[in-house]
Each structure stands twice: as C-alpha cells, then as structure tokens.
Design a protein around this ligand. Sequence first.
Ligand SMILES: Nc1nc2c(ncn2[C@@H]2O[C@H](COP(=O)(O)OP(=O)(O)O)[C@@H](O)[C@H]2O)c(=O)[nH]1
Ligand SMILES: [Mg+2]
Length: 227
Amino acid sequence: MSRIAIVIPAKDEAATIGALLDGISNVTVPGHALRPLVVDDGSTDATAAIARGRGAEVVSHPENRGLGAAVRTGLRAAVSSGAVAVAYLDADLEYAPDDIPTLLEPVLCGRADYVLGSRFRGGVRGMRLHRRVGNYAFTALLVMLTRTKMTDGQTGMRAFSREAADRAEIVHDYNYAQVLTLDLLQKGFRLEEVPIRYKVREHGESFIRWSYPAKVLPAIWRELRTP
Ligand SMILES: Nc1nc2c(ncn2[C@@H]2O[C@H](COP(=O)(O)OP(=O)(O)O)[C@@H](O)[C@H]2O)c(=O)[nH]1
Ligand SMILES: [Mg+2]
C-alpha cells in the first residue's frame, strides 16, 4: 500500500487535535495508507503528546516559527517519508476529515498536482463578514495574478502530488496561503478545486489579525519577483 501523508500544522490545538486524528483514522482511500504528520509549531499545551498518543508522526519546532514555516517543514517531512501524495488540513476541526478522499481524487487520478478545497463551493458556516470580505479580496487578487479560476485562495484544506510537494517553496514564515499557490502555478503545476465543508472553530482563536494584509502583501510581491 502506498503512503499518503496528511500534514497538519498545529499551534496549541490540544482541544481539537485528538478528535481530528480520530476522525482521520476512520477515513479510507483504497490502495493507500493515510499517515498523519503533525507539525507542532512550538505549542505550549499538550498538542504534541496527544498527537503521539494517537499514533501520529510529530515533527516539533522547539519555538513558534509561524504557519508558513510549519507547512514548509510538513511538506518536506511528507516527501522524505516516501508519500506518493499529500493532503493538508488545519488542526482546529474547521475542516472535515471525511472530505479527504474528495480532496485527493484529482491528484490520485492524475488530473491535477495541486488541489484547493473550496469552502465557498461547499458551505462557510459561521464565517464572519470581515473574514468573508478578506477572503474574496485575496482570492480576486490571486485570480488576477495567475489568470486561473479559483474561489477560495485562503483555504486550509489542500492536496499535492508528490512532485508538487517536493518542489513547493514558501517565501515567508508567517503564512503560506497565497505564496504557495503563486509558486506552484508559476512552476506549471495543474490546479483543481473541489467543494468542501467548513465550520468556524469552536475552541482557541485564529492567528489572523488586522496586520495580516501588511504581512501577506509584501510576501506576494516577493514571490512574484522570485524567478
Ligand atoms: N505552525 C503554526 N501553525 C499555526 C500557527 N498559528 C496557527 N496555526 C495553525 O494553523 C492552522 C490555521 O490557523 P488558524 O489560526 O485557525 O487560521 P484561520 O483558520 O485562517 O483563522 C491551525 O491548524 C493552527 O493550529 C502558528 O503560529 N504556527
Ligand atoms: Mg482555523
């Protein structure tokens, strides 16, 4: 059975990581073994211990480095583990493990190298107005820059072919959402979008602050200038 890595970045997600990993253990993709790989980004709670207790591989950053750095670490570890494909989802239960097979299907069928799970085509339960507007604006910017159709450029549920995971470069540590898509499309990888479900987190809080655009826009500029 070939291995599929499920990369999960987590910073202080002790309230949800156990239930998420239990959910993933009930998901099957015929012919493949799903292997959760938690990137613990300097959590100060029991996130890493709970994940290890559920049998997940855990890679820990000794200190908090940011979501972009965590995804970089996760994709590298997934490729080193011999995974033939990678699924990615957040640790806070905003995304449904049951959607993992739908997410992987375009990659496993060889139609796409990079898949975005679109909340806007599936259901955005509880998303606040300012987040909705921010998502529309950043997605519109990505559509304009890449001339590629997409409806959810900031989704926290994605899939990668092994080659896309291997060649992905994330230019900053703060986040990955926009720069990763720009990087992979610029390298010629094929994108597909699938509808997924979404419900806003019930525990902990989002890392996103009003300073988000001030951090993300310069990184997009840097990515666009990277050959
Ligand atoms: N590695 C890392 N992950 C983080 C950090 N902040 C949040 N996360 C994780 O990244 C995912 C998405 O974060 P979240 O704050 O929910 O972002 P949002 O869903 O876009 O509001 C969750 O799994 C978090 O645990 C961080 O500083 N470092
Ligand atoms: Mg979240």
